[in-house]
Design a protein around this ligand. Sequence first.
Ligand SMILES: CC(=O)SCCNC(=O)CCNC(=O)[C@H](O)C(C)(C)COP(=O)(O)OP(=O)(O)OC[C@H]1O[C@@H](n2cnc3c(N)ncnc32)[C@H](O)[C@@H]1OP(=O)(O)O
Length: 413
Amino acid sequence: MSIDVRPSEDAAKYLATDQLVWFGEVTDSDAEQLRLGLPQDQRFVVDLPDGPDDLHSGIYGVRPMEMSLPGGSVVPIAGLTWVGVHPDARRRGVLAAMMTDHLARTRAAGTAVSALHASEAAIYGRFGYGSAVLTHQVDLGRGTTFTAPHLEDDLAGTTTHLVDMAAPGVTERMRACQLAVAPDFPGTIVGSPDFFSLLAHEPPEQLRDKERRRVLFARRDGRDVGFTGLRREHKWDNARPSGTVVVGTLCGDPAARLALARRVVDVDLMGTTKLENVGLDDPLLAWIGGPRSTGSLQTWDSTWVRLVDLEAAWPLRSYEADCDVVVEVADRYAPWNAGRWRLTASSAAGSATRTDAGADLALDVAVLGAGYLGHGIGGLLRAGLVQERRPGAYADLARAMRTAVAPEPSIGF
Ligand SMILES: CC(=O)SCCNC(=O)CCNC(=O)[C@H](O)C(C)(C)COP(=O)(O)OP(=O)(O)OC[C@H]1O[C@@H](n2cnc3c(N)ncnc32)[C@H](O)[C@@H]1OP(=O)(O)O
């Protein structure tokens, strides 16, 4: 049975379907939220012939976003989000139809890359997305010491300032900061101005006993050089204040991040600082002397990347080693990518061209997505997820794609 996917024409029905699937996020002001960061023409629905009348069988949405790549270019991407299938319509191919639709639309719009945060790790690999960035969640004790002798000069004159995220002009400043540093931190995903407004939009029923999101800016020479979002959680243990300050992504140059890190481990009435989004090679772990200096450290997948148009995506980024390999690419959901490609990198520049030459490697397009931001993919050969037909060819590809520093995790969208 072919499943028809079409643009949403009924915002209330779209929202009600989302609220059934995402039952934990329902608020009275969702209708307003819907207008923020998810453009009307980027909401799509499925109605199965025998599906529910009052709701859609499936929905998805796309946020227009930008992502920085190895080499520093910042390119438009499709930020896939709001994916939900009605509980009575699940496992009948609704998501598969929506993914086929998303990839075709994205390609037709001339956007080479799609990215997402996955609700469950097992869902998106089959649709050609690769886990492209890992992130740590790190707990630090109050007063943790950070050692970075060669940053102290840059740090001098950097001050920090705490403001409400919802205060006028704050989300615009956050976005400007993120755009300024994105080229130096490949993997950074920058949302539209509306997406940033959405971050600050916290209706009272979502807050309950939480404090509103705050933003800590780092400033130097009269301008913003970094920021992080945070929220304090109150707690008293044996008459001692032992709250937790929950901290989002640190954004900024290294000295700005150091100033922010030192400040967030010294917040009055707090005992623990929970940093929710620390990249694999983030300086934070080096400043404190490694993982054992943390209270706890857990690692998860952050951004998943999908090369929607392999030929267009490959040259957008730079490469850290040369390679020249013929790759047999499997791509069930974007057949225009499938087949044999000569992938080269020379003096940092990449090119992807169709070829009839014998393949050195056979892999799924998800492998190229996993390595696209510079995350190491060399181990996938040993894992049996890649077939090598010319010895050494996969090492050449993995070396070219890998960057010296692991890519930056993104803010959830
Ligand atoms: C980017 C984001 O928005 S992430 C949010 C994703 N949404 C959610 O998690 C909300 C709750 N879950 C749901 O709404 C649904 O269960 C979905 C969207 C995850 C799956 O939708 P369905 O319509 O049931 O998927 P569909 O029937 O198209 O399945 C396609 C394939 O994916 C597999 N699959 C689907 N969901 C899962 C899962 N959670 N774990 C593992 N495999 C899965 C199916 O088994 C099927 O496999 P096959 O190709 O071997 O037959």
